[in-house]
Design a protein around this ligand. Structure first.
Ligand SMILES: [Zn+2]
Length: 538
């Protein structure tokens, strides 16, 4: 054995994940000198937002992304159909006024998948809190022609913590520890909350079971309200934050589910004023003029995709993505214009530097995420595997990994290994050049609530980064404040460089990424985002 020393050294060489620091350096320089990430974000928010799935705004944003990627010279930019999603919806006119006892313009908006008012309507508000079946009996015959206040007035949150928060070193160290193995839900922290820290005030329960239960009750309430001839419903922001309206859908994209009456979400102070006046039996008169459109020309949606073709292993894939669709009220800046702008920017960097990568890099901007990761799940089923049967498609063997960005505008602080121990040394090496951005926390923990789950569910390596929470749960997530102003340019520039580098590392790595054992087939169910109250359907 002439080269015995090499043989002995091999395990050491294998243990050391190679990182091309020269290329990492070029990626950083390209991003910090020529960044387009905020320009991307401007188009996705100020120009085309909001981007509710099925709305004209989403389609325009997707078409813009395809045009922009074509200009950059990416391969195969396009919109790949999936469906059915259901009917589209958009609000084209909203005005609300308190006419009596004093005039006040009302700050709010029409809740998605509710109908308009067919011209101005005037009415008297009454309190009709519908939280359980018994409430429906209680209000039977009493709400005809009324504007119904669906919630008790909520005391304004007295915010003692700063709205905008970065993780401390101690919090990241805690996040790095494995979770309590006796904890029942693997998705116990849907956004990077700290173990043991209570859910921020006003943030409702989440998860597939809670979603199903909410939607069932919402159907029942909507059927009741329409049957009773209610003129319109009013809900306060579900998080009682001063001046910001957080809201949930009033109806469903599924045309078979019952239609609600016209439904308005109001800022909490104004809602509470109306409720107090009603309670004191002082006559209140409100006027609303709302025009909403249901778009039934297609029930399908689309994901936006584009590629950088690989060289020696071009049939193998590395994917990166974020969801392009948003909520309404704001323009979907932090949820998830931020992630979409970064994914586009990472692709631009890799193309601008003309980097040669063995594997093909494919980006995807998903839709239907807000309704339960629908776009990414449809894509995974079409291309990789059916989670319900675990029937694998040929491409399943060819996807090395998927990297997702969808926890707001906050700086990347590391990555969730999603229970994949084999990825630890790899991510540690990849994130080492970003140690001075404090981006190198690698935790075995899972995170849920976004599109990497669609890949993880069929045994593909899918990862979401750890991100600083900033004001995501306190101000912007599904609220009227989800606007460009809340985006953090520096954080998004760092995230773009990190995503480009991680994708480059994966696409040039000798081997594909190591996988966990294949999961068993799973019964049908819907994952989805946090952020809707138990009474959202009201
Ligand atoms: Zn969302």
């Amino acid at each position: 054995m002439k080269h015995l020393w090499l043989f002995l050294l091999a395990p050491l060489l294998l243990a050391q994940e190679k990182v091309d620091l020269y290329t990492v350096n070029r990626i950083k320089a390209e991003e910090f000198q020529n960044s387009k990430v905020m320009e991307n974000a401007f188009y996705l928010t100020d120009v085309y937002g909001p981007r509710l799935t099925g709305s004209p705004g989403l389609k325009a944003a997707a078409e813009w992304a395809v045009r922009r990627m074509t200009e950059w010279g990416l391969a195969n930019p396009g919109m790949e159909k999936w469906g059915p999603f259901g009917r589209g919806w958009t609000c084209v006119h909203f005005s609300g006024h308190q006419k009596e006892p004093q005039y006040a313009p009302l700050a709010g908006f029409a809740r998605p998948w509710s109908p308009g008012t067919n011209g101005p309507v005037f009415g008297e508000p009454v309190l009709g809190v519908l939280k359980a079946d018994a409430d429906l009996d209680k209000f039977k015959g009493k709400l005809k022609g009324k504007m119904v206040l669906l919630e008790d007035p909520a005391p304004l949150l007295s915010e003692t913590e700063p709205a905008l928060k970065r993780f401390t070193d101690a919090e990241l160290a805690a996040e790095m520890l494995a979770p309590d193995p006796s904890a029942r839900s693997p998705f116990a922290n849907p956004i990077p909350l700290i173990p043991g820290q209570p859910r921020p005030a006003g943030v409702p329960p989440f998860g597939p079971a809670a979603r199903e239960a909410r939607e069932k009750f919402r159907d029942k309430v909507n059927q009741f309200l329409t049957g009773e001839g209610v003129l319109l419903t009013l809900s306060p922001s579900y998080r009682a934050t001063s001046g910001i309206v957080f809201s949930a859908a009033a109806g469903s994209q599924d045309p078979k589910r019952p239609l609600p009456p016209p439904s308005v979400a109001l800022e909490v102070e104004q809602y509470n004023r109306i409720a107090r006046l009603v309670d004191e039996k002082i006559p209140v008169r409100l006027e609303f003029d709302i025009e909403n459109k249901f778009l039934d020309d297609t029930q399908d949606s689309f994901n936006v995709t584009a590629e950088l073709p690989g060289t020696s292993k071009k049939d193998e894939l590395v994917m990166l993505g974020a969801h392009l669709d948003s909520w309404t009220g704001g323009t979907g800046a932090t949820d998830n214009g931020a992630g979409s702008a970064v994914v586009l920017e990472a692709m631009r960097i890799l193309k601008a530097l003309d980097l040669k990568m063995a594997r093909t890099v494919r980006m995807a901007l998903w839709t239907g995420e807000e309704q339960g990761l629908l776009g990414s799940r449809a894509y995974v089923k079409e291309h990789f595997a059916d989670r319900e049967t675990m029937t694998l498609k040929p491409e399943h063997a060819k996807l090395s990994g998927y990297f997702n960005l969808d926890n707001g505008t906050g700086k990347i602080r590391g990555v969730y290994l999603q229970g994949n121990d084999m990825m630890r040394p790899i991510f540690q090496a990849w994130l080492e050049p970003f140690r001075d951005y404090s981006a190198n926390t690698v935790t075995i923990r899972n995170t849920g609530g976004t599109d990497h789950q669609s890949f993880d569910a069929v045994g593909l390596p899918g990862f979401q980064f750890i991100q600083d929470p900033l004001d995501y749960m306190t101000e912007t997530h599904h609220s009227t404040a989800d606007m460009y102003d809340h985006l953090q340019a520096g954080d998004l520039m760092e995230a773009s460089a990190i995503m480009a580098a991680v994708v480059y590392d994966a696409a040039t790595r000798d081997e594909m990424l190591p996988r966990k054992p294949l999961p068993k087939p799973q019964p049908p169910r819907r994952e989805g985002e946090a952020g809707r109250p138990a009474s959202a359907g009201n």
